[in-house]
Design a binder for this molecule. Structure first.
Ligand code: AP5
Ligand code: MG
Length: 218
């Protein structure tokens, strides 16, 4: 299965992709995570991306297409993949189409998570993740089961993203509406776009996504 998770910052793409990765046994490619790892490692791409991400703008199509092209053909993606955060522009979507055509792996589905802009700031301001295994949490909506201890790996160290400030969220939302939202009609025209209410509780969003997956695999 080749799946894209689409939606504005804070819509729940990463949260749902993490759950789907386990269910579908496919690889999850999160371009945001890949860029943050590059920044941390101090690679050339990381150096170029750091300031752009802090400003809430999009990293260049050239860099992003190169990153995905290098990963998507890996053996761990042989069963398929979930793309979280890619494509984000029409140019990226067109480049992905070319890559997948040459791999003879057409896109199965694009799942859009619809969420009002107002709630996104709250979601992003409360987000944190485990510094060791990367599991994602939220102060209010998804706290750890035991205070201060990661549910998944037991680590006591957590981290917050540098771009999760109220000011940066505004720029990220503007970038989404101007550059990424045009992907909705692009995939609608291909007949593979399905919208899911991302305002519901995390577990209910997962149930809705599972229903969409079941109905399209029939
Ligand atoms: P990226 O890391 O992709 O960030 P984003 O798109 O802004 O999305 P987020 O990760 O903020 O939100 P999400 O939808 O994953 O939400 P989450 O599940 O965490 O990209 C970061 C930057 O990298 C970009 O700004 C850009 O600069 C660059 N970049 C990346 N890809 C690029 C590309 N292709 N081209 C160019 N530049 C690129 O959920 C948010 C919070 O809410 C969590 O705390 C979660 O627990 C909680 N939550 C989730 N679902 C629910 C729910 N249903 N109810 C209540 N709370 C919920
Ligand atoms: Mg994310």
């Amino acid at each position: 299965m080749q799946l894209i998770m689409l939606g504005p910052p804070g819509a729940g793409k990463g949260t749902q992709a993490e759950l789907l990765e386990k269910k579908l046994k496919v690889c999850k490619l999160s371009t945001g995570d890949m860029l943050r790892a590059a920044v941390k490692a101090g690679t050339e791409i990381g150096k170029q991306a750091d300031a752009v991400m802090k400003a809430g703008q999009l990293v260049s199509d050239d860099i992003m297409i190169r990153l995905i092209r290098e990963r998507i053909a890996n053996i761990d993606c042989a069963n398929g993949f979930i793309l979280d955060g890619f494509p984000r522009t029409i140019a990226q979507a067109e480049a992905l189409d070319v890559m997948l055509a040459s791999m003879k792996k057409p896109l199965s589905l694009v799942i859009e998570l619809t969420v009002n802009d107002e709630i996104l700031v709250e979601r992003i301001a409360g987000r944190f993740s485990c510094a060791k295994c990367g599991a994602g949490y939220h102060d209010t909506f998804k706290p750890t089961k035991a205070a201060g201890i990661c549910d998944v790996c037991g680590s006591k160290e957590f981290t917050r993203r540098k771009d999760d400030t109220r000011e940066t969220v505004k720029s990220r939302l503007e970038a989404y509406h101007a550059q990424t939202a045009p992907l909705l009609p692009y995939y609608q025209a291909k007949g593979i776009l399905r919208s899911v209410d991302g305002m519901a509780e995390i577990g209910d969003v997962t149930l809705e996504i599972n229903k969409v997956l079941e109905s399209t695999s029939k």
